[in-house]
Design a binder for this molecule. Structure first.
Ligand code: 5MM
Length: 347
C-alpha cells in the first residue's frame, strides 16, 4: 500500500532549495571504464574506497540531499564498518538506488535499446528498502541520428519508465525518471530540441496512463544541447532557453523538481547551464542537478586510487558540489571557478 506520508517526506528532503543529488550509481562496467581510462585498478575494494572518499567529504550535505548508489555499494561498508546507507542517513543525506538492469536491444527497432529490469523489481525494492534506500533511479537512453529515436523506441521506453515509476510508488519509494537523449553525434541544438520534445512528452503520457503520481517523482532529463561533435556549439544562453522551452511544453507543474544529468558535458558547462536556467526566473519546478561525471571528474582524477590523495580529491568534490548548489539557486558566476573554495572542516 502506498504510504503518501513517506513519499512526501522523501520529496521534501530531495527538493531542499540549493541542494542536488549525487549520482554515484555507475554499474561495474561503467566505473571500470572510468577507472581504467585514468589508470585506476577496478576491484570491489577500489570501488568501495572511491565511493567512501565521496561520501565522507565533510559537510557535503550542505549541497547534496541524496546519493544514488549502485546495488554493490548499498551492501558495502566504510572502513569504519558502517554501511553506506547508514552513514548517509547519519549525515542527513538520503540513500537512493539504481534499479534498472541496463540496456538491451529493442527488437524490430532501428538498432536501438530499451532498458530492462522490471522482472522481480517489486521484490528487489522490498530488499533495497530494508537496507535503507528511500528513492530509486531508472535510465532510458535515446540516440540521435537521421532516423532515431524511432517512434517505437520512444513509446516503448516511456512505457517501461512509467511501469517502473508505478511499481516504486507502490512501495512508497520516490522514482527518479531519467530519459537521456544522448549528447553523442554531430547534431545541432535545433535537432536535439526536435527530438527531446516528443521524448519527454511521451514519458509524461505514459506516466499518466500508468497513474503515476507526479507530485512524488523526480525528473532527471538531459539538457537540450548541441551534439558533442557538432561544429556549431550552442551558447550557454541558447542551451538554457531551449531546455526550459521544451520542458515547459512537456513537464506538468505538478512535478516538484527537475534534476538534470550532465551526460558528458564538462563540469564547468554543466554548472553554467544549470545556473543560466535558474537565472531565467519564475520556473514552475525546482531546477537542480543529479550529476555523476560533472561532480566526480576532478575528484576521481585526483584520487587515483591512493589514500594520500583523499584530502585533495574531497576538496575537488566539495568545490563542484558547492558551485552546483549555487547554480541551482542561480547564484554562480564563471569567476568562482578560479576561486579557492576550501572544504569546511568537520570540527
Ligand atoms: C547519464 O548517466 C547518469 C548521470 O550521470 P552523468 O551526470 O555523468 O551523465 C548516471 O546516473 C548513470 O545513469 C549511472 O552512472 C549508471 O550508468 P550505467 O551506464 O552504469 O547504467
Amino acid at each position: 500500500m502506498i504510504n503518501i506520508k513517506e513519499l512526501e517526506l522523501t520529496m521534501s528532503k530531495l527538493t531542499a532549495k540549493g541542494k542536488g543529488i549525487l549520482a554515484a550509481d555507475e554499474s561495474t562496467a561503467t566505473i571500470t571504464k572510468r577507472f581504467q581510462a585514468i589508470g585506476i585498478e577496478c576491484t570491489e575494494d577500489t570501488r568501495r574506497a572511491y565511493r567512501e572518499t565521496l561520501i565522507t567529504t565533510s559537510h557535503f550535505n550542505q549541497f547534496i540531499a541524496g546519493v544514488i548508489l549502485y546495488e554493490e555499494t548499498l551492501n558495502q561498508k566504510t572502513s569504519k564498518g558502517i554501511t553506506f546507507p547508514e552513514l548517509l542517513k547519519k549525515d542527513g543525506v538520503l540513500p537512493g538506488i539504481k534499479v534498472d538492469k541496463g540496456l538491451v536491444h529493442l527488437a524490430n527497432s532501428l538498432d536501438e535499446n530499451v532498458t530492462q529490469g522490471l522482472d522481480g523489481l517489486q521484490e528487489r525494492l522490498v530488499e533495497y528498502k530494508s537496507k535503507g534506500a528511500c528513492f530509486t533511479k531508472w535510465r532510458a537512453v535515446y540516440a540521435i541520428s537521421d532516423k532515431t529515436p524511432s517512434a517505437l523506441a520512444i513509446k516503448t521506453n516511456a512505457d517501461v519508465l512509467a511501469r517502473y515509476a508505478a511499481i516504486c510508488q507502490e512501495q512508497s519509494m520516490v522514482p527518479i525518471v531519467e530519459p537521456e537523449v544522448l549528447i553523442d553525434g554531430t547534431h545541432t541544438l535545433a535537432k536535439c530540441e526536435e527530438v527531446s520534445e516528443p521524448v519527454f512528452h511521451e514519458v509524461f503520457n505514459a506516466l499518466y496512463r500508468h497513474n503515476v503520481k507526479l507530485e512524488y517523482i523526480v525528473l532527471k532529463p538531459s539538457m537540450v544541447i548541441s551534439g558533442k561533435s557538432c561544429s556549431q556549439k550552442a551558447s550557454v544562453d541558447e542551451v538554457a532557453k531551449a531546455t526550459i522551452r521544451i520542458l515547459r511544453r512537456t513537464v506538468p507543474g505538478a512535478v516538484p523538481t527537475i534534476n538534470f544529468l550532465s551526460g558528458g558535458q564538462t563540469p564547468e558547462q554543466a554548472t553554467a547551464h544549470l545556473n543560466a536556467m535558474n537565472q531565467l526566473g519564475s520556473l514552475p519546478w525546482n531546477v537542480s542537478f543529479s550529476y555523476a561525471r560533472a561532480l566526480q571528474d576532478y575528484c576521481m582524477k585526483i584520487w587515483l586510487g591512493q589514500a594520500k590523495n583523499i584530502p585533495a580529491a574531497q576538496q575537488a568534490f566539495y568545490k563542484r558540489a558547492k558551485l552546483n548548489s549555487l547554480a541551482a539557486l542561480g547564484e554562480y558566476s564563471e569567476a568562482m571557478e578560479k576561486e579557492e573554495i576550501l572544504l569546511a572542516s568537520n570540527s
